[in-house]
Design a protein around this ligand. Structure first.
Ligand code: 4FV
Length: 249
């Protein structure tokens, strides 16, 4: 999986890639991440990346030229990307399905360019000129797209075979089943007067699986009933949900 990140704060991205499974994926060569300083694609001696907004108003807007030059240089140096993503609150909501879509392109061999906005955002013409799709990590305003780019890199990279040690755990992650995850426990079996559910100590794998599925359904019904519409539910799940709904009334 190949990522090219365009930002005015390269160190923020490098810091976010320096730990954990992502850094191991990079070291193992499964992930290839290049970070580009947008100022390297400016031509004026002040290395300006922003300018005043047409139509007036507060703040500054990111200039089109450096961003378009950066994307062109990446295309020449690293090949034509499968997708150019501009991180912005105006984008479609990034979620596990989007992560799966992006990681699935050419079965994990995709090449993504991530544009990190700053100030009020980027000149709108850039999006069309570089064929960018806008993605948002949530309905809140960040001071820059860097953290959003790191969220996308992390969520997408985890789905690339070989990045997360045990691919099994990725399959069982939250949302990969369309449901919230079941509760997790580890030693000690008793802590602060609180015991681990007996079934988890029983060794009955089928019972454990059943308990975890019901716990995930209960949690999803409680906290994110919206997810149940799109979750892949079988007969047993629907029966469990009916029982849970009955127990709530
Ligand atoms: C954002 C988000 C986000 C908006 C103005 C950067 C900031 C500044 N990006 N999901 N939410 N971006 O708030 O992706 O340019």
């Amino acid at each position: 999986m190949k990522f090219d990140v365009v930002t005015i704060f390269p160190r923020m991205i490098e810091a976010g890639l320096a730990e954990g499974v992502i850094s191991r994926g990079i070291a193992a060569g499964v992930l290839d991440v290049a970070v580009h300083d947008l100022r390297d694609f400016t031509t004026d001696r002040h290395r300006s990346v922003d300018d005043v907004p047409y139509g007036g108003g507060p703040g500054m807007v990111m200039k089109p030229e450096p961003l378009v030059r950066a994307c062109e240089a990446i295309r020449q140096a690293r090949g034509t990307p499968d997708a150019v993503i501009a991180l912005s609150p105006q984008g479609r909501q990034f979620d596990q399905a989007a992560a799966a879509r992006l990681s699935g392109i050419r079965n994990g061999g995709a090449h993504l360019v991530l544009l990190c906005g700053r100030y009020e955002g980027v000149d709108e013409r850039v999006l069309d000129l570089v064929g960018a799709e806008e993605l948002s990590i949530g309905d809140y305003v960040l001071s820059g797209g860097e953290l959003a780019a790191l969220v996308v890199i992390d969520a997408v990279s985890r789905l690339v075979p070989g990045v997360v040690g045990d691919d099994q755990s990725v399959q069982e992650d939250s949302f990969s089943s369309g449901l919230l995850d079941h509760p997790h426990y580890t030693r000690p079996a008793e802590f602060a007067g609180k015991a681990v559910p007996d079934v988890l100590l029983s060794g009955h794998h089928a019972e454990v699986r059943k308990w975890r599925r019901k716990a995930a359904l209960a949690r999803t019904l409680e906290r994110r009933p919206d997810l149940l519409e799109s979750a892949a539910l079988d007969e047993g799940d629907r029966a469990a949900l009916d029982e849970l709904r009955r127990s709530k009334t």
